[in-house]
Structures are given as C-alpha cells and as structure tokens.
Write a protein that binds this ligand. Sequence first.
Ligand SMILES: O=C(O)[C@H]1O[C@H](OP(=O)(O)OP(=O)(O)OC[C@H]2O[C@@H](n3ccc(=O)[nH]c3=O)[C@H](O)[C@@H]2O)[C@H](O)[C@@H](O)[C@@H]1O
Length: 435
Amino acid sequence: MSHLDDLPSTPGKYKTDKALPYGILHHHRYLRLSKPTLWASLFLALFLFYLLLSPPPTPSRRSLNDSSLSAAKYGGSQWEKQVRKSAHPRSRGGLTVLVTGAAGFVGTHVSTALRRRGDGVLGLDNFNRYYDPKLKRARQGLLERSGVFVVEGDINDAVLLKKLFDVVLFTHVMHLAAQAGVRYAMQNPGSYVNSNIAGFVNLLEVSKAANPQPAVVWASSSSVYGLNKKVPFSEIDRADHPASLYAATKKAGEGIAHTYNHIYGLSLTGLRFFTVYGPWGRPDMAYFFFTKDILKGKTITVFESPDKGSVARDFTYIDDIVKGCLGALDTAEKSTGSGGKKKGPAMFRIYNLGNTSPVPVTKLVKILEKLLKMKAKKKVMPLPRNGDVEFTHANITLAQSEIGYKPAVDLETGLKKFVKWYMGFYSGSKKKSSW
Ligand SMILES: O=C(O)[C@H]1O[C@H](OP(=O)(O)OP(=O)(O)OC[C@H]2O[C@@H](n3ccc(=O)[nH]c3=O)[C@H](O)[C@@H]2O)[C@H](O)[C@@H](O)[C@@H]1O
C-alpha cells in the first residue's frame, strides 16, 4: 500500500512491546536482591531465561488482580488530581464522559466538542503506530489546550480501566478506540481481534461492574452492511455478509454489546459511521492519502467496480458525526444495573450516521484536483478483493427522528475544510495546531 510507505512499520494495537519492560524491570530488581551463591544464581538465570522466552504477560492482558503492576505506571495523587479535574463537568448537569480513542480522529473532535459545552471529559488512548503517532500527539496537544487530559493506556488493560472507574463516576462512555481501516485487516488480523473484540469486551466488563454503570455509546461501522445490495442501508436490514475482517469484528461488537445489555442492563448505543472525513483525519483513508500523493505528483490508484462503474461512498463530514455522537450521548437513558447485576431492561440502539448522498470515488478525485489546483496521476484498476465494498449509502431516518441527527455538509464543502487544514498542518505553519 503506497500511502503507508513512509510511515513507520504499522503493527497497530497488536504490538505488545510495552509488556517486556515491566517483566524485565521487575526481575532486574530481583537479581540485585538475590544471594550470591552459585546455585541460586544459576537457578535465577535459568528462571529469567525461561521468563524471557515465554510469551510476555502484556499489560494489555493484565487481570483485575494484578493491581501491583498498575500502581507502578498509574496512580499517585497528582495523576488522580489530573484525572478528576479533566472529568469534572464545568456546567451544571454536564455529563462525565470517558472517551476511549481520544487522540484518534473522531475522538479528538468529540472530546473537544463535549468539553466546549461544559461536560467533563477524560481521554484514553494507546497512541499506537497504526498511523503516524505524531499526528496523534498533535491532536493530544489540542485536547490538552481544551482541558482534556488523555491517559496513555490500552482498553485491554483491565487494571487501568478499573482504576479510572474507581477515581471517577462516569455517567457515559464514548467508546471510539478501535483498530480501524478495512484493507489493513488482511495484513494484521490479530490487531482487529485485539482491539475491536477483546478490548471492547474488556471495556464492557468494567462498565457493567461499575456502580453506577455508565451509558455506553460506541463506534460501529457502515462496513457491517458488507455485500448488501439494497440501498439505502437501513438498520433493520440483515447485515451478515461482511467483506472484511474489520467489518466482521465491528458486527461481532454489536452482538457482544447486545449480550451486555441483555444480561447486565447496560445502556448501549452503536453508531454505524459512514466514511468519516475532515480536518485532523486519518492518513490511512483514501481522501487523505490521495491529497498527499496528488501534491507529490505520485500516481493514485482509483478502484472501479466490475461493471466499470466507480465505487462510491457516503462520505460524512466530521462535524456532522460529532453532532450525531453528542445526540446519542444526550438521549442515552441510564443503565439499569449496578455492580454487575441487572435491575431491569435497558436501552439498546443502533443508528446509521451517514450523509445519505453517496459520491463516486472518481468525483472525490475531481474535487481534490480542483481544490489542490493539480491534476492527479491516476491508475484505474478493478476493485481488488481486499475487503472494500462497491458502495455505501445510509438511510438516516432513525437517527434523524430519535437523536436529532441532521447532516449538513456536502463533500466539496467538507473537503475544502480538510484541504485547508492539511496545507496548514503539513506546511509547518505556526497555526497548524488550531482548528
Ligand atoms: O464507513 C466505514 O465504515 C469505514 O470507512 C472507511 O473505510 P472506507 O469507506 O473503505 O474508506 P477509505 O479507505 O478511505 O476508501 C474510500 C474509497 O476509496 C476507494 N479507494 C481506496 C484506496 C485506494 O487506493 N483507491 C480507492 O479507490 C475505496 O475502495 C473506497 O471506495 C474507514 O477506513 C473505516 O475505518 C470505516 O469504518
């Protein structure tokens, strides 16, 4: 994939390289304390050797009983103060929201929007290297300037999540941490299972055990509609023909969420995002790397469907998605359970958040050419079997009537804002970190 060429190798969230230092540090201390007898040293050396060879007990897999490890990295009165301050609402009746994936594209926009209107927001992000971590750090800068503290950690880290819930009584969780991207699932399937399934279950486990339980809103995906042909895609349509492992993990997430709603009374709302784009976006997405490549004079590959038609997407501008997320949070009823016990039925909802006007990818390229004032070098090729689907198109009636969702930005207007941001951000302009 050409657009990933100049990024660091992209192990995504599957990389567990943080695990080793814990183990190693711990055992170094043990070495210093050991008695210098030959047998004890030999035994210790063998023991160390065995531990280093065995799979590391990753922090992302720490169980709730491993509290000693957690204390090493998190906690302390200063840290707790920061966490509490960030999560504390400034307005009366404001929400107290844990935003996972806060330094991600959607996470950054949602977090700052919540903070701006006076809600308390605590961010969580593992800053993985799926795409340029510098962009994530720049977003973190924005978040900090808006008063949002981002805890650096993984959603698979049960000890950390439990700690956060101990320190703050979250009313809501906005769960946006995920392994995104349709095509990358062929390169690193484990990363999708790790984040979108294991990580999600971990978050739900901690949420269901919390007292009070928060209402959880999470990001699903338009990709769950897979190979469906009937358009526009509606929430009541069957969605059991995923075309990528990414889509399959997002669909699995919806099923998993339903069980936590059914068994534990957790209030759950899934949002099926349709190809979200805009300033501070994801470099692995076509509109982003097309822009980069057109500017560099590099050839872009434009996929076409088997009937030689252009593939199309229901591109949705980030500000519209943010409004949808806030609408979902504001209308989410409370969970009914407490401390892991259901007390009554709770809300379970799934909504499409799209733009409801699909645009062919060829048109996307034309708009970019116009905005960048440059002709793209294009190579047109048949849609490879890489997880991509031919088209997406959202029916948004349900979201409109139940959470007041009303997309307002067309692709050209949205791309104009994206290009303006892109030029500022990558030109090294001093203003690059502003909205
Ligand atoms: O809506 C969604 O559910 C998904 O939207 C995007 O996935 P996708 O729509 O495939 O967005 P891009 O990867 O940016 O692709 C956009 C279009 O460009 C096409 N494309 C992509 C890459 C390329 O080199 N050439 C090309 O023509 C794709 O086939 C697709 O039609 C995101 O990457 C997913 O994380 C998200 O969940």
